[in-house]
Design a protein around this ligand. Structure first.
Ligand code: DAH
Length: 360
């Protein structure tokens, strides 16, 4: 009798002393497992008289229940303690300021920032984005854009040509984003409203030219699109981009094979103190080329010039970035100097938006 009570007391003490779930499991196996001490008592019942078996059996069962109950209680307590300890050790204070490392150390390149700003502004006016490959055919880069064969305009572009292919045609690094106009007209049905930002290439290098640079092309094709629309779009774009209340534009006649009439656009600016500011002053700065899409280009791209008309423009993205953010040398854009990027780059979590500010 007493050894049963002593056994119970010992097991309950072991349970109370178990400091983790593994230790507790060892106590359970030692007591209630197949070869455990309580199980041994139960298997001893067979040798007893029916009378003794009845009283002893009931007694042992009570012990078994008490042990099982104590085990469950202790297991729950240990689980809770483990959770508490984990919560205490893994506490995060969400009110702490961000560390000056990690995401905060990376910078968005001004070209990427300006491209995002352009996308934001034109998306607001209902434009989508179209893209094309950097390696283009002579056909898309020149011929379909109405550059006559052997016309000096082809040479003016300082084109990087590849060796001619087996069919005699030369591929090239696109010299402007205008071939994306061709690709868009060949695959979309008007009305078309797209901007086409991307890399462009010309064999040229000085303070304002690099062999690789960036342009954004705009294209609108509809049944009645006209120069009045173009002027409004460019004004709205420049106001939003330079974050000024008003801009004054001046259109000068020019020549591009793919537009007729063709124009160059100057923006009113002030150069007082050597700094260019828009929306004031009586100076002018040339900013982009544009015009009504030439009927030959429409035809070359499968559109009937009797039905459709439209306009297009092309701007240098790097130049826009230089004007807006005051960098003097274009070559520094592509030198991958971390100090330059740290100075002129943008924080990655500040997305350009018309509501929150484009260059916030
Ligand atoms: N593709 C021209 C260039 O690189 C820029 C340009 C001028 C694009 C007039 C146009 C345009 O779409 O209409 O010099």
């Amino acid at each position: 009798m007493t050894d049963i009570s002593a056994l119970e007391t010992n097991i309950l003490a072991d349970i109370a002393a178990a400091s983790d779930e593994a230790a507790l499991e060892a106590v359970r196996v030692a007591a209630l497992g197949k070869k455990g001490s309580v199980s041994a008592l139960l298997s001893g019942l067979g040798k007893m008289s029916p009378e003794a078996r009845k009283t002893e059996g009931a007694r042992i069962n009570l012990v078994k229940e008490a042990v099982a109950g104590a085990l469950a209680e202790r297991r729950a307590a240990l689980k809770e303690a483990a959770l508490e300890a984990r919560l205490a050790s893994e506490t995060v204070d969400v009110t702490l300021p961000l560390r000056a490392q990690g995401a905060a150390a990376g910078r968005v390149h001004p070209v990427s920032q300006v491209t995002d700003e352009l996308a934001e502004i034109f998306a607001d006016m209902g434009f989508s984005i179209a893209e094309g490959p950097d390696i283009e055919s002579d056909d898309y880069n020149f011929t379909r854009l109405n550059f006559p064969p052997d016309h000096p305009a082809r040479e003016m572009h300082d084109t990087f040509f590849f060796e001619p292919g087996p069919d005699g045609t030369r591929r090239l690094l696109r010299t402007h984003t205008s071939p994306v106009q061709v690709r868009t007209m060949l695959t979309q049905t008007p009305p078309i409203r797209v901007i086409c930002p991307g890399r462009t290439y010309r064999c040229d290098s000085d303070q304002t030219h690099t062999p690789m640079f960036h342009q954004v092309e705009g294209l609108v094709i509809d049944r009645s699109s006209n120069l009045g629309h173009l002027k409004w779009i460019l004004e709205e774009f420049l106001k939003a981009f330079f974050e000024t209340k008003s801009v004054k534009l001046r259109f000068r006649p020019s020549y591009f094979p793919f537009t007729e009439p063709s124009m160059e656009v100057d923006v009113q600016c002030s150069r007082a103190g050597g700094e260019i500011r828009f929306g004031e002053g009586d100076d002018w700065l040339e900013i982009l080329g544009c015009g009504m899409v030439h009927p030959n280009v429409l035809k070359n791209c499968g559109l009937d010039p009797q039905t459709y008309q439209g306009f297009a423009w092309g701007v240098g993205i790097d130049r826009l970035a230089m004007l807006k953010y005051g960098m003097a040398d274009l070559r520094a854009f592509f030198e991958a100097d971390v100090r330059w990027l740290k100075h002129y780059g943008f924080r990655p979590l500040d997305f350009p938006s018309l509501a929150a500010g484009l260059s916030a």
